[in-house]
Write a protein that binds this ligand. Structure first.
Ligand code: SAH
Ligand code: F3S
Length: 487
């Protein structure tokens, strides 16, 4: 039984792979294979890369063997994520030895972090491209063809890929991700993202609305607005978030914030479910909650990472809120959207964490009773402020023990949450066949809780009314009765 705590989440770094979906081989077409690891931003970026490659005459294939170009979109968030990618690169190289033509490229956060190292010291890749340089891939492939070094890891102040129509990979035709911001300015001391993905910038709302309109035309039923920190979305005509202070008075006055964007999207597409991820407690505002309350098609679900329940650890993490402020925000959520699903990210064993700090985390979890969470043992990342300034002094065994206590607590809370649905009738968007039975559909409620039920006459993409009769800690089990008027 897969536990909910490790299920896939829009911005969680979990090492799942994405393959291309169009394997049809046309003679004379160049074939590219893309594998993606890490957060959903990476998965969304791979769809941008697929589009850029298609403009360069490539077709995306699911078959590694038949591809002449193999790209791996990588994650640096924890050491384990990097180790996984290294193993894959070794495997690609073993295949390459027996092939006449095969180019291997590294994209994403590891490309940015390790830059020339892949080409120079390790010689296991031909191409290294950072998250802001994907438009340069066709030129870089020319460099590879001429046996020249092919690296572009320049970070950009403007690039949002707003002008690229992503080619959906591995899509169920129902749910899609739409990037709204890139980069992060927060500098949490444990986190490598600000170094690998650069400064925060927001995407032109016009291009966001166009992309969503296009998805709606194609029959998509749910979109997730993506960013490292969506609540700090700020459009004032382009440029970095940090440069907003230098914007003209008119730009400042007419700037579009996250709550405005959310309302625009919800209004433009009333029949589409809107989700967003990730929210940072420091930026999540009452205005956003009010917009969520106003529009039925904005899902009642917030992913609100806290990382620790201890004020002293939050400070050392450079999180810009206290435990009390976080709890107040939770109170506001519960007041404005009483049935809101809430999930978290938590790190066990941050340097200097004491038993009391850990207890504070467990107590905070008791206070919130999250629906589910993504929980990690602290992994020191080279170059981050924590790696440079704070000794990684919590023994691995203690980290693991604390992590398992956090996971155990979460499982108890998840069960309380799912149990509360038993007897209710909820609206579920059907996404796919249940993994455990081909006679059952699987979908999610507005709170992002998975529900499974017998298929009957219903189809993928239907919103259905489901009476919940049973549950596990991760999944609701029920019976669908009719097509829903709700979303
Ligand atoms: N704001 C981002 C966070 C990205 S990282 C978002 O969109 O989700 C995702 C999660 O990985 C973080 O919330 C944190 O809980 C975890 N994480 C980040 N760096 C880590 C590290 N060095 N060790 C362990 N977990 C880490
Ligand atoms: Fe990382 Fe903190 Fe940004 S976790 S992505 S630096 S909000």
């Amino acid at each position: 039984m897969p536990v909910k705590e490790i299920k896939k989440n829009p911005t969680q770094h979990n090492g799942t792979l994405t393959k291309g979906s169009q394997s049809e081989k046309r003679s004379g077409t160049k074939l590219a294979y893309i594998e993606s690891y890490g957060c959903q931003m990476n998965f969304a970026d791979s769809e941008v890369v697929a589009s850029i490659l298609s403009g360069d005459g490539y077709q995306i294939t699911e078959s590694l063997q038949e591809a002449s170009l193999v790209l791996v979109n990588t994650c640096s968030i924890r050491e384990k994520a990097e180790q996984t990618v290294r193993k894959r690169l070794e495997y690609f190289n073993s295949i390459k030895k027996n092939k006449t033509e095969m180019t291997v490229g590294v994209l994403g956060c590891m490309a940015e972090r390790l830059k020339h190292q892949f080409l120079e010291e390790e010689k296991i890749v031909d191409l290294v491209v950072g998250p802001d340089a994907y438009k340069d891939i066709p030129n870089l492939l020319q460099e590879v063809a001429h046996d020249r070094e092919a690296v572009n890891v320049l970070l950009s102040k403007e690039e949002t890929y707003g002008d690229i129509a992503p080619i959906r990979l591995n899509s169920n035709g129902v749910s899609a991700f739409v990037s709204i911001t890139r980069g992060c300015d927060n500098m949490c001391t444990f986190c490598v993202v600000p170094f690998t993905r650069g400064r925060e910038r927001s995407r032109d709302p016009k291009s966001i609305l166009e992309e969503i309109h296009d998805l709606a035309q194609k029959g998509y039923k749910e979109i997730t607005l993506l960013g490292q920190n969506v609540d700090s979305y700020l459009w004032y005509g382009g440029g970095l978030k940090k440069d907003f202070v230098k914007a003209s008075p008119l730009q400042q006055k007419t700037a579009l914030r996250f709550e405005n964007l959310l309302a625009l999207v919800a209004e433009a597409q009333p029949k589409i479910r809107i989700r967003f991820s990730t929210s940072n407690p420091q930026d999540m505002s009452l205005e956003v909650l009010k917009v969520m309350q106003k529009y039925e098609n904005i899902c009642n679900y917030i992913h609100l990472p806290v990382q620790s329940g201890s004020n002293s650890i939050l400070k050392k993490m450079n999180r810009q809120h206290t435990r009390e402020e976080y709890m107040k925000l939770i109170d506001s959520i519960r007041e404005i959207i009483p049935d809101c699903g809430i999930s978290h990210d938590m790190i066990a064993g941050f340097p200097t964490e004491t038993d009391q700090d850990h207890q504070d985390t467990l107590d905070l979890m008791d206070y919130v009773q999250y629906d589910f969470g993504f929980m990690f043992a602290y992994s020191e990342r080279p170059g981050t402020l924590a790696a440079r300034k704070i000794e990684d002094d919590v023994p691995e065994t203690v980290k693991k023990k604390r992590l398992s206590q956090i996971i155990e607590k979460q499982q108890q809370h998840s069960r309380i949450r799912t149990q509360a649905f038993v007897g209710q009738t909820v609206c579920v968007l059907i996404e796919k066949e249940s993994k455990r039975s081909n006679a059952h559909w699987s979908g999610r409620t507005t709170q992002n809780t998975v529900a499974v039920f017998p298929k009957k006459e219903f189809q993928i993409g239907d919103f259905v009314e489901v009476k919940i009769t049973d549950c596990t800690s991760a999944t609701l089990i029920g019976e669908a009765s009719k097509i829903s008027n709700r979303v």
